[in-house]
Write a protein that binds this ligand. Structure first.
Ligand code: ZN
Length: 231
């Protein structure tokens, strides 16, 4: 197994609605603790953790392909089949004995480029029997219009040569280009579903624009050493 190339995919994630990043507010807490967004500890500005983005990419692709592991269909895919796009790009879940090689994708934390205002939103649940609001709590959302820098690295190995995938026009591409198309498909699926929590309430609508996708050369040009004068 040998690494034959490295791809860099760069672009912008723009929030189209207020977005809750990094919170786990799916379970309403009695007492209404305030729920804060993930922020860079140094700048105190919001960012999108690469791990969140990568996890969402994987789970959306699994949903789309109907690829889940485990008996309850709730686990990530661990099929380790050579033609499984999920296992090839993200690695088979909890399986060490496979021939797919290491995880191909590196998703960087997405720093804030523009915007980043935090808005406070008060939510409550409605008691069905009375129609009254209960358990109010205040949560933070990153305002619509905020933009973050997307950067994804993809490693291409010699054993990716037989992999194929369709691009958005249905053309079959192979090898490293297939890996890139799998990544693009994941990004399309996130645009369709949303990012962060509360997407069923309309939070987390995003537009993801890829500005650059290139195969980086193996070696870069660097200053070459010259023989010293010996002085
Ligand atoms: Zn799989």
């Amino acid at each position: 197994m040998r690494k034959v190339g490295h791809w860099l995919i760069a672009g912008v994630i723009e929030l189209k609605s207020g977005t809750r990043i990094g919170g786990s507010d799916d379970v309403l807490q009695i007492g209404g603790t305030d729920l804060t967004c993930i922020k860079d500890p140094v700048t105190d500005r919001p960012y999108i953790p690469g791990s969140s983005l990568k996890g969402k990419m994987r789970s959306e692709l699994e949903k789309h392909l109907g690829k889940f592991g485990g008996n309850d269909n709730n686990e990530p895919c661990g099929c380790a089949q050579e033609d499984c796009p999920v296992c090839r790009v993200f690695g088979p879940h909890q399986k060490s004995d496979h021939r797919l090689g290491p995880t191909r994708i590196i998703v960087r934390d997405a720093p804030l480029l523009e915007g980043g205002d935090i808005e406070l939103k008060t939510e409550s649940t409605i008691k069905r029997s009375t129609g009254g609001a209960q358990h109010p709590r205040t949560l933070e959302r990153v305002a619509a219009g905020s933009r973050f820098r997307l950067e994804i690295g993809v490693q291409e190995l010699d054993l990716d040569a037989p992999m194929t995938y369709e691009d958005h026009e249905g053309r079959r591409v192979t090898g490293g280009e297939a890996l890139v198309q799998i990544v693009y498909h994941c990004l399309d699926l996130i645009e369709a579903s949303g990012l962060g929590s509360g997407t069923s309430k309309g939070y987390g609508a995003v537009e993801i624009t890829v500005k650059e996708a290139k195969r980086l050369p193996g070696r870069r040009e660097r200053p070459q050493p010259t023989a010293g004068s010996g002085a």
